[in-house]
Unconditional design. Structure first.
Lengths: 252, 174, 357
């Protein structure tokens, strides 16, 4: 019988610690599938963040590092400078990437560091139990915004792809979602494109993935997907924000 | 021998100190060179301590010099009383219009800045004074100082080697 | 020593050149006085030898770049001065927790806060007690001359690689800025095999390597830390270093490291001329600390110890621990960027000696 679907080799066959309905599992699978499809598992080195995906190093079959909170792009930079021909990626959440690690993110991007950032945006701090993230929406209730995020005191959410698209070092920036099968397919293509961009040494690439947190949003997995569509997508429009993958960020 | 060189930034006191230290090195002595460092890169005060010794050098910071090179008035005022009794001071009299009243040290007044301009050695007053110190103290052989100069003048500025050496020679003739 | 091999070099530049000669090709830094020449030298040399010089966006980023590069198995380093080292402490803790080697240079300046930019030794506690959060040590070397700075860079990289831990050269603004003659040893650097743990890609030939300091099970974490401390014990046994000067018959022993030790040596000579039986113990490694040498001096009959530092008294804690109440321990220090003079140190040796007579 022909195999039409199987676990990617780059993904280790063990149960994950993620909550029921969490989309991290889907995203891990997409990253692993991209490594399989491009045949790069053996030369890939990933950097895990601090956040829900802190133990991502247990799930990927490639070499992995665990970074300090927010520092993954700096760690990946050090790796890449030592291993310029390897595939180096970070896997980061919104608090890690857009709060404590903003400087590392922006500067890795503006250096045109030839790494790929997988950015999982679920508008909340999941691991610590549901506090406000830099991407928490105005009015959104979290443990630390019990009356809803007040833009007068807590300011506005950061649109990461839009912000990074102003930087000359970014070769590829796309925002995708994993709420439906067609969107998952687009996310898969985006991750593959970002990895390819890196392998061809075109510059910094980032794929922002709108994701859910049913547990901390207080919704069922299905409701969470609908909440993502109704609330996150209007504020964080899907699409390609930068594409310099043809000539790269440093054309001759 | 403990030497303190002091002046404005840009007068080349750090360079002159390096030439003296390198001369000591080439004669197999123990040497050290310690600059003052601070936020002012140009125009502020600059000084450096140079030690040349037959023994390993303890503190490289010269507080009481055997030889003081003073290239501006603030430096003269600040350090002239620190010179050890029996020591010497070489003073750029183009820029310092005071005469030392101490009788326990020897002072030499060299109009180095004016001489440098007159003799086409612009900016080399520092090495005219090095020449004078060399004459008065014999801290190294003349040819050693020339060899040290060759080490200290950067490769890209070798055309300046000869004027630098000429400045030392001029200082020695005074 | 032929003078032709000898060059007159600034401490900061000598540190950088030594690191290159020791095989370091990955430097991540950030400008701060008085260590900036380290970065500037690297910026000039690294591109010419196929190495990496990267000016990071912060000290925090720089130390994390070191973490990444070190995990890839290369010799990596960063350099800073006191306020910048505080920022690096996070990364140092992670490097220690993930068993990664690296070299960190601290050209100390006065603190706390922005403090000043003149020489200081006020980061002794930070380097030896808390270079990062958690149960950890790093190797700490304290050179007193430019030549020793060069020699210790080689040793620091080698021990860091051997024991898989960060090493620090604890210098100060005076050593960083001064020039002295130096000879670079023509050492063949034998690379240490890191293939058992480096994250260079599995090539699909082996199980994946994970560089990590997270162990959520307390028993696992305890085991990790205990194993690390067993390595620390080996280092204490094998690699503790100090220089002793005139201590054989010394009744009064000055303990000083780095730049201060140079000044103390002059003072000890002056004390001897006055008939005071003074000696000097100069720790070369600050962690591990040469407690045994101090203890042995007590055994030989030393009556008093004087810790001399450019601080308000930090290393004196270790002198007291080593002496363990068996002799008098005094302290003299200047702080804020003031360098003590030999005359001041002599005065305190006299005071110590006088008090006993």
């Amino acid at each position: 019988m022909a195999v039409v679907y199987q676990r990617p080799h780059s993904l280790i066959d063990i149960p994950t610690h993620y909550c029921p309905g969490c989309t991290h599992g889907i995203i891990h699978k997409l990253v692993a599938q991209a490594m399989d499809d491009l045949g790069v598992e053996g030369k890939a080195v990933g950097v895990a963040p601090v956040g829900c995906s802190v133990m991502a190093y247990d799930y990927f079959n490639c070499d992995m590092l665990e970074a300090a909170h927010g520092r993954a792009p700096a760690v990946a930079t050090g790796l890449k400078r030592a291993l310029p021909d390897n595939l180096i990626f970070t896997y980061q959440g919104d608090g890690d990437l857009a709060a404590i690690g903003t400087a590392e993110t922006v500067h890795a991007a503006t250096r045109g560091e030839n790494i790929t950032v997988i950015f999982v945006n679920n508008a909340i701090y999941g691991m610590t139990g549901g506090q406000m993230a830099p991407t928490t929406l105005p009015g959104q209730v979290t443990q630390t915004t019990p009356y809803g995020r007040d833009i007068h005191t807590a300011g506005f959410p950061i649109r990461v792809c839009e912000m990074l698209s102003t930087l000359s070092g970014v070769a590829y920036a796309e925002r995708v979602a994993v709420d439906t099968i067609p969107n998952i397919r687009k996310a898969q293509a985006a991750i593959k494109k970002a990895f390819t961009c890196q392998l061809e040494k075109k510059g910094f690439s980032i794929v922002e993935i709108l994701s859910t947190c049913p547990t901390n949003w207080g919704l069922s997995p299905k409701e969470a997907l609908q909440w993502l569509r109704d609330n996150m997508m209007p504020y964080y429009p899907l699409g390609v924000y930068t594409d310099r993958t043809e000539k790269g960020v440093r054309p001759e | 021998m403990n030497i303190l060189l002091a002046g404005f930034g840009g007068q080349g006191v750090l360079f002159a100190g390096k030439v003296m230290a390198y001369s000591g090195l080439l004669e197999e002595k123990y040497v050290s060179w310690l600059p003052s460092y601070g936020p002012e890169m140009r125009g502020g005060t600059a000084n450096c301590s140079v030690c040349i010794s037959d023994q390993p050098i303890g503190s490289p910071l010269v507080l009481n010099p055997d030889v003081l090179i003073a290239m501006n008035l603030p430096s003269y005022d600040k350090f002239i009383d620190a010179v050890v009794p029996g020591g010497i001071a070489v003073i750029d009299s183009s820029l310092i219009n005071k005469k030392c009243t101490r009788t326990d040290i020897q002072c030499f007044y060299v109009p180095a800045t004016e001489l440098a301009d007159e003799k086409g050695l612009h900016g080399l007053a520092n090495n005219i004074i090095v020449g004078k110190v060399l004459k008065e103290t014999g801290f190294a052989k003349t040819e050693t100082v020339e060899a040290a100069m060759a080490k200290c003048v950067p490769a890209k500025k070798q055309h300046l080697l000869e004027p630098n050496i000429n400045a030392v020679k001029l200082g020695m003739s005074l | 020593m032929a003078s032709s091999q000898k060059v007159l070099m600034k401490g900061n530049e000598a540190l950088a050149e030594a690191a290159i000669q020791a095989g370091c090709r990955h430097f991540f830094g950030y400008p701060i006085t008085p260590q900036t020449e380290v970065a500037a030298y690297m910026a000039k040399r690294m591109p010419k030898i196929g190495g990496t010089y990267l000016q990071a966006e912060s000290e925090v980023a720089a130390i994390n770049m070191v973490y990444g590069a070190s995990s890839a198995g290369v010799r990596a380093m960063t350099s800073s001065s006191s306020p910048g080292i505080s920022l690096k402490t996070e990364g140092i803790s992670y490097l220690a927790g993930a068993d990664l080697p690296c070299l960190i240079i601290n050209v100390q300046r006065g603190g706390p806060g922005l403090g000043g930019i003149q020489p200081s030794q006020a980061d002794y506690w930070q380097a030896t007690r808390a270079p990062g959060h958690g149960d950890l040590h790093i190797l700490v070397f304290a050179p007193a001359t430019i030549q020793e700075m060069v020699d210790l860079v080689f040793d620091a990289f080698e021990l860091a690689d051997t024991y898989r831990m960060p090493a620090m050269i604890l210098a100060d603004g005076m050593l960083g800025q001064m020039m002295e003659p130096v000879i670079f040893p023509e050492k063949q650097v034998t690379p240490i095999d890191k293939s058992g743990w480096a994250t260079t890609g599995t090539q699909c030939q082996r199980p994946h390597h994970v560089t990590n300091s997270l162990f959520l099970q307390p028993d696992q974490l305890e085991q990790k830390v205990v194993e690390r401390f067993e390595r620390y014990a080996q280092i204490q046994e094998k690699h503790t270093r100090c220089e002793e000067y005139l201590t054989e018959d010394a009744e009064y022993v000055v303990v000083a490291y780095g730049a201060t030790a140079r000044i103390a040596r002059s003072a000890v000579n002056a004390a001897r001329e006055q008939g005071i039986k003074a000696g000097l113990i100069r720790p070369i490694t600050l962690w591990p600390y040469p407690s045994a040498a101090i203890s042995a001096a007590v055994d030989r009959g030393a009556k008093g110890f004087l810790s001399v530092e450019m601080s308000m008294g930090q290393m004196v804690d270790d002198v007291r621990l080593a002496v363990n109440g068996r002799a008098q321990v005094a302290f003299f220090g200047r702080t804020g960027g003031i360098i003590p003079t030999p005359a001041e140190v002599l005065e305190h040796i006299q005071k110590l000696a006088g008090g006993e007579r």
